[in-house]
Design a protein around this ligand. Sequence first.
Ligand SMILES: CC(C)(COP(=O)(O)OP(=O)(O)OC[C@H]1O[C@@H](n2cnc3c(N)ncnc32)[C@H](O)[C@@H]1OP(=O)(O)O)[C@@H](O)C(=O)NCCC(=O)NCCS
Length: 168
Amino acid sequence: MFRISKANGRQASELAKIHATGFPLPWDQAAIRGFVEDKTVLSFLALQPPGPDILGFVMTRFVAGEADILTLAVTPELQNRGVGYGLCHATLRCLSGQGIKKVHLEVSTENLRAIRLYQKVGFERVGVRPKYYGARQGGQREDALRMSLDIQTAKFQFEPVSYLVDQF
Ligand SMILES: CC(C)(COP(=O)(O)OP(=O)(O)OC[C@H]1O[C@@H](n2cnc3c(N)ncnc32)[C@H](O)[C@@H]1OP(=O)(O)O)[C@@H](O)C(=O)NCCC(=O)NCCS
């Protein structure tokens, strides 16, 4: 069973490495540290006890009662074990406790695996933003699917927790 913990700036280098495995235009270490140290951004990571290895992380900005998932990435060889789902679940529980009502995100329309994961947590499709993402090498710009979740009624609220959570 993995553990969910808050990220800190010293982990920026490792988080940037994980981010680079998941996205064609990855964020560098400075950008990651900026988000981790931003008080309007909730940054959770998943750790495998007892070691310090980071399995994945998620960052969410919350402002004025609403939140946006900024990014989510899991180390490739540790995917398909519920880590991405657990990171989303823990983030939504924390946001719910802080009185956040709605959560939004954008995900590439090509990223069917992530879309399935977000739907399972309770996000619904609300629109498409054409050519939202920069082109991969030799490719075309990708459209973004916009998804939203009403935090009070979302199904994650009624599911058991399958991970350990640090005291924050
Ligand atoms: C998308 C990504 C984050 C998924 O992470 P992951 O840890 O492999 O995902 P999980 O193991 O939690 O989910 C695997 C499956 O089990 C489901 N699942 C896992 N735990 C679950 C639970 N407790 N209850 C219900 N369903 C669950 C997931 O929805 C998913 O379903 P599928 O088999 O239909 O695909 C990962 O592939 C990744 O890092 N990709 C690159 C970066 C990226 O695309 N990020 C998202 C865009 S912002």
